[in-house]
Design a binder for this molecule. Structure first.
Ligand code: ADP
Length: 435
């Protein structure tokens, strides 16, 4: 293992893993801190659920992940958080960064959520989401981590006793040497964490180069873009074009959707408008005790037998979701739907489904748990931040989509791509066998 990543949520972990795979690193994502030894991969990403838990719990979980990655031989470490710097004055970015630095015995790191490809840029310490300052974006009213200040030096300084500095764009634009010199100057001034400006992939590559040999990096997934080059230059990472290779799978395909985001509503509507089969789950009927999972499975098996990919969804528009939440309570409605979709997932896999798309972060968590999947090998990217993955050691591909990711045809795109990727993998296996 070259790089060990501690990610503060599930789909964020997949996002970071996808970035590494795209840049030639064989990457495995593990869900929680495993008991056994680390898997064979260039990078291992531990997906935690530590973004909004109390800071002390986040620190404990993050240190456990770090210790496990260290025991697995990782030579550099990366604390991955959201590209909108989701946190509160209580944490958890500052406290976790401090604890990881202390455990690694290092006195300096960076903090850079920039991900220009997805519209997140940092300029003079201020985070922009598209053309808006963070504090003017939708994040200002987030239910758990409202971001009302765009000045990341100030935001992070409120979370940590460590002195926070800034590497301005003017320096970043001069390249890796200048950035490193600024790190040294900040360190001499007593700073322990530096917010780093970045508005383009060129900036991310320069920052990545400047972080060569730094024990700990804290960032969104963007900074990971520049790291594989360092590992190649050091001779740690072989040139390889097949980091995204998954074992080819046959079998059926299906979609489960529990996300009610604007993007997912559009994707479900597009799927149905194309005349493809879909079955809607009604949370009220679930609350009344109806066994909708069994009925959905019977329906889905018939579609699979016809060679079609069935969609089972609870996805609904905002007004409908609010009405159901008022009647049933938000937590209960969510749990009923998640439990039902998780059971459908089990039944679908038993029925021979081998390519399963799941829409929704919490929904994905429920499905992955029900399927007993503890490790995912990361494959080709379907849309930014959403790769195909393979349940380690099993003939099962999963695409786990966080609510707002993916274009309108995401579901169909995923299956079109799984065909191509499967065929490419099959032919490269055949070529390998022929040699
Ligand atoms: P996202 O990634 O879009 O946030 P999640 O799966 O994380 O999606 O969260 C969506 C939540 O909404 C889940 O708990 C899901 O069970 C719940 N849910 C799905 N459909 C409905 C519905 N029709 N009414 C109420 N809650 C729903």
């Amino acid at each position: 293992m070259i790089l060990g990543v501690v990610a503060d949520d599930f789909t964020g972990a997949t996002d970071a893993a996808s970035m590494l795979v795209r840049n030639g690193m064989r990457t495995v994502q593990v869900i929680g801190v495993p008991q056994g030894p680390a898997p064979d991969a260039d990078a291992v990403v531990v997906a935690l659920k530590s973004r909004t838990v109390p800071a002390a719990d986040a620190v404990r979980a993050s240190l456990a992940a770090l210790d496990w990655l260290r025991a697995g031989g990782a030579r550099q470490f990366y604390f991955k958080y959201c590209s909108t710097f989701d946190s509160t004055p209580a944490g958890n970015i500052g406290p976790v960064a401090d604890a990881l630095m202390q455990r690694l015995g290092t006195d300096f790191t960076i903090a850079c959520p920039a991900f220009p490809e997805n519209g997140r840029s940092v300029f003079r310490g201020h985070l922009f989401v598209g053309d808006e300052l963070l504090s003017e974006s939708g994040m200002r009213t987030h239910p758990l981590t409202p971001m009302t200040d765009s000045n990341l030096v100030r935001v992070l300084q409120a979370q940590t006793p460590s002195k926070v500095g800034l590497v301005r764009y003017d320096v970043v634009a001069q390249g890796a040497e200048a950035i490193r010199a600024r790190f040294d100057a900040l360190r001499a001034e007593g700073a322990r964490i530096a917010i780093v400006d970045a508005t383009s992939d060129t900036d991310l590559l320069a920052i990545g180069a400047a972080c060569d040999g730094m024990p700990l990096i804290t960032a969104g997934s963007g900074v990971a873009l520049g790291l594989p080059r360092n590992y190649r230059a050091r001779g740690w990472l072989r040139q390889q074009g097949d980091a995204a290779r998954l074992d080819p799978v046959g079998g059926g395909a299906a979609v489960l959707s529990g996300s009610c985001s604007v993007a997912t509503n559009g994707q479900v509507a597009r799927w149905l408008a194309g005349g493809r089969p879909g079955l809607r789950l009604d949370p009220r009927k679930l609350a009344a005790g109806r066994d909708l999972a069994a009925a959905a499975l019977e329906w889905a098996r018939a579609r699979l037998a016809e060679g079609q990919a069935p969609l089972v969804y609870a996805t609904a528009e905002h007004d409908e979701v609010s009405a159901v939440q008022r009647e049933l309570g938000a937590a209960r409605a969510g749990e009923l739907v998640e439990r039902c979709l998780a059971r459908v997932a089990q039944g679908l896999v038993e029925a021979g489904v081998r390519r399963l798309v799941v829409a929704g972060g919490e929904t994905s968590g429920a499905v992955v748990q029900a399927l007993g999947v503890a490790q995912l090998r990361i494959g080709p990217t379907i849309a930014p931040g959403v790769p195909w993955t393979q349940a380690e050691g099993r003939p099962l591909w999963l695409a786990l989509k966080s609510g707002n990711f993916g274009g309108p045809d995401f579901f169909a795109d995923a299956f079109a791509m799984s065909g191509e990727a499967g065929a490419a993998a099959a032919s490269s296996t055949a070529r390998g066998a022929g040699r």
